[in-house]
Design a protein around this ligand. Structure first.
Ligand SMILES: *[C@@H]1O[C@H](CO)[C@@H](O)[C@H](O)[C@H]1NC(C)=O
Ligand SMILES: *[C@@H]1O[C@H](CO)[C@@H](O)[C@H](O)[C@H]1NC(C)=O
Ligand SMILES: *[C@@H]1O[C@H](CO)[C@@H](O)[C@H](O)[C@H]1NC(C)=O
Ligand SMILES: *[C@@H]1O[C@H](CO)[C@@H](O)[C@H](O)[C@H]1NC(C)=O
Ligand SMILES: *[C@@H]1O[C@H](CO)[C@@H](O)[C@H](O)[C@H]1NC(C)=O
Ligand SMILES: *[C@@H]1O[C@H](CO)[C@@H](O)[C@H](O)[C@H]1NC(C)=O
Ligand SMILES: *[C@@H]1O[C@H](CO)[C@@H](O)[C@H](O)[C@H]1NC(C)=O
Ligand SMILES: CC(=O)N[C@H]1CO[C@H](CO)[C@@H](O)[C@@H]1O
Ligand SMILES: [Zn+2]
Ligand SMILES: [Zn+2]
Length: 559
């Protein structure tokens, strides 16, 4: 998940590093940076202002003559800019610049970008024309003809059903402390080193906090106990982002530790139940840093993929050994769940606009999409059905990658029966339409809520009922049930309760959950404000702090 605060901080930080590399020629003057900061009068950098800031700085700096700077000098300059522009608190600036330095050097040194291209790449085309590593590329689809589309029949009454638990964005903060300052001013608060607030109302709640705070251990343990005691399920899908948002201060060891500890939780509480994970953008250090396979040496990401394989294959045995090859190649894999049902777990960091390594080459990084086509074609050939898991939902990813993905889903619409994603921390869904007419719904993406309350939501989990496991099942999702922890109540009563928030069928009067049914629901939203407000409430997991007028409604129903 990227909150505006994080996006802005990370963005500007990356920019600073880039600029710092280009600050050169004259002896570095701290006064100069301070005076730019004063002139721009930007004590509070917000994302929309940072385009101007980007150009101002890049322009001035571009006038400076090139010379050779050491890494230490660059970090010193970047830190100075971070502090002068009040981008983060001083302690965060000092750590953050170090955290990002290797990625910045890896991507930028020897790879020249003009100031405008740079601002465009970082801040999007509304700021400037971005640098384009390769504007367009197309995956190759096999020549096998697309089979006729057959709408799945509803299962006979009394047919067996599977229950699948979906958890996303756990964001466990091991430094969370009850009573710590929840309004510390940094990207993440409520931590043991944030001190106590002068006003007790600003202290972190025992069972979590709606402000910029991640999940306390006590909530994770309570969730696991609740699930083990009160829920029955056959499988677990976990769609990424295990570590907290202290993105200025994470080591590779920290991230691997969290992965191991959470693997341990699942093994302890749900022995014998398979967990299928997808890798999130926060799994790496620094956040979003997912170098493609051609980046080797100290910047290689094998430290993370190796740890994933070790946890998921060797230790937990959730995955068979034959998944290791693609996990080590790019953090993605496929495996059979039952005869006839295949899971495909994608690494969506290869379409993550904030993954700076893609600036080098955005063309199907690690060959992931071409691999996906191969897997789907084989599945179609032997009449398997597929559930796709991933972290960043399609549509929130790089444009060309997403366009190719859209094409693939269109081609294999009858094989892919559901998609499960996370990252946004909110509860919503996406409908895919056929490429030819853009009017026939073909596929559905469930975006599960987060376990973390970060920010301004209640923690949640979801249970899907799925047709299966029996001969001739369609493997489609039949209904889903979202449960939330009301933090206000938990903190008041000190008795955390995970309550059913809603079921899709009951809340939206659905007869089934096929893509066409979801389209009807969206049509209903347009006509029926009460129905839309239900969706709006669930979107925030029943912690609604803003109202939604007709513009807001229209912007939420984009098609
Ligand atoms: C930047 O965005 C914020 C929040 O959307 C808004 O309040 C502010 O006026 C904007 N500033 C400029 C200069 O556009
Ligand atoms: C920078 O370093 C390179 C190689 O070390 C050298 O060729 C070049 O002259 C240096 N440039 C300046 C401006 O010192
Ligand atoms: C990719 O496919 C689109 C549509 O089929 C086509 O217009 C475009 O030229 C292709 N681009 C490349 C680089 O092959
Ligand atoms: C950075 O992390 C270390 C260990 O994880 C911790 O002791 C330290 O307080 C953290 N510093 C900040 C500023 O968060
Ligand atoms: C980018 O990657 C693609 C796919 O691996 C490759 O075909 C292409 O040559 C690369 N482009 C550059 C400029 O390296
Ligand atoms: C499904 O059908 C096949 C052959 O028709 C049979 O061998 C198998 O036992 C059946 N499986 C189940 C779960 O009924
Ligand atoms: C959460 O708990 C508070 C305090 O009991 C209550 O006022 C609020 O309505 C609850 N929210 C939901 C969605 O149940
Ligand atoms: C964040 C939050 O809700 N904090 C509250 C948790 O509950 C205690 C006890 O009622 C309150 O003092 C906190 O303000
Ligand atoms: Zn997240
Ligand atoms: Zn995320």
């Amino acid at each position: 998940m990227k909150s505006p605060a994080i996006t802005s901080a990370v963005t500007v930080l990356l920019f600073m590093g880039a600029v710092a590399i280009r600050v050169s020629g004259r002896p570095y003057q701290s006064e100069q940076i301070k005076s730019i900061a004063d002139t721009a009068k930007l004590s509070d950098v917000s994302l929309n202002l940072s385009c101007d800031l980007c150009k101002v700085l890049a322009g001035i700096i571009d006038d400076l003559v090139s010379s050779n700077r050491t890494e230490e000098e660059v970090i010193a300059i970047a830190t100075e800019i971070c502090i002068a522009f009040n981008i983060e608190s001083e302690r965060v600036c000092r750590l953050m610049t170090k955290e990002y330095k290797d990625m910045l050097f890896g991507v930028l040194v020897g790879h020249y970008l003009s100031p405008d291209q740079l601002c465009g790449s970082i801040l999007g085309d509304s700021c400037a024309v971005p640098y384009d590593p390769k504007s367009e590329w197309n995956v190759t689809l096999p020549s096998t003809k697309k089979p006729p589309v057959v709408v799945p029949k509803p299962p006979k009454p009394g047919s067996p059903q599977l229950r699948i638990l979906h958890l996303s964005d756990i964001h466990w903060d091991r430094m969370y402390q009850e009573g710590a300052n929840a309004v510390c001013g940094d990207t993440l608060c409520c931590r043991s080193n944030d001190g106590k607030p002068s006003d007790p109302a600003n202290g972190a709640g025992k069972w979590g906090d709606y402000r910029d705070c991640d999940t306390p251990q006590i909530v994770i343990e309570n969730l696991m106990q609740h699930l083990a005691q009160n829920e029955k399920f056959d499988l677990i899908y976990v769609t990424g982002d295990l570590p907290a948002h202290d993105i200025w201060n994470q080591t590779r060891e920290d991230q691997v530790d969290i992965l191991k500890e959470i693997t341990g939780y699942f093994l302890k509480y749900f022995p014998g139940i398979k967990v299928f994970n997808a890798v999130g953008n926060h799994e790496s250090a620094p956040v979003n840093s997912f170098p493609p396979p051609y980046v080797t040496g100290k910047n290689s990401i094998l430290w993370l993929y190796g740890a994933m394989a070790e946890s998921w294959i060797d230790r937990a045995k959730w995955l068979p050994p034959d998944t290791r090859t693609t996990i080590m190649q790019g953090g993605f894999y496929t495996t059979m769940v039952y005869p006839g049902l295949r899971v495909i777990s994608l690494n969506m960091n290869f379409c993550n606009d904030e993954n700076w390594w893609l600036q080098i080459n955005e063309t199907d990084p690690a060959g992931e999409l071409q691999w996906l086509i191969g897997v789907l074609q084989k599945a179609e050939d032997v009449k398997e059905k597929v559930h796709i898991l991933g972290h960043i939902p399609p549509g929130w990813c790089a444009k060309v990658w997403t366009a190719n993905y859209y094409k693939i889903v269109d081609r294999y619409e009858s094989t892919i029966v559901a998609q499960f994603f996370g990252h946004k921390h909110k509860d919503f869904f996406e409908i895919f339409y056929d490429e030819k007419t853009l009017s026939r719904p073909t596929n559905i993406v469930y975006i599960g809520g987060s376990v973390t309350p970060y920010s301004q939501t209640n923690p949640s989990y979801r249970m899907y009922t799925v047709d299966g496991n029996y001969n001739g099942t369609s493997w489609v999702v039949l209904d889903h049930f979202t449960h939330i922890l009301n933090i206000t109540e938990a903190n008041l009563t000190d008795k955390p309760e995970w309550k059913l928030e809603y079921s899709a069928k009951a809340a939206y009067n659905m007869k089934s959950l096929l893509p066409s049914d979801w389209e009807e629901v969206v049509e209903e939203f347009k006509e029926n404000d009460d129905m839309f407000m239900k969706f709006y409430t669930y979107y925030f997991k029943s912690h609604v702090t803003t109202s939604c007028d007709s513009n807001c409604k229209a912007s939420m129903i984009i098609m």
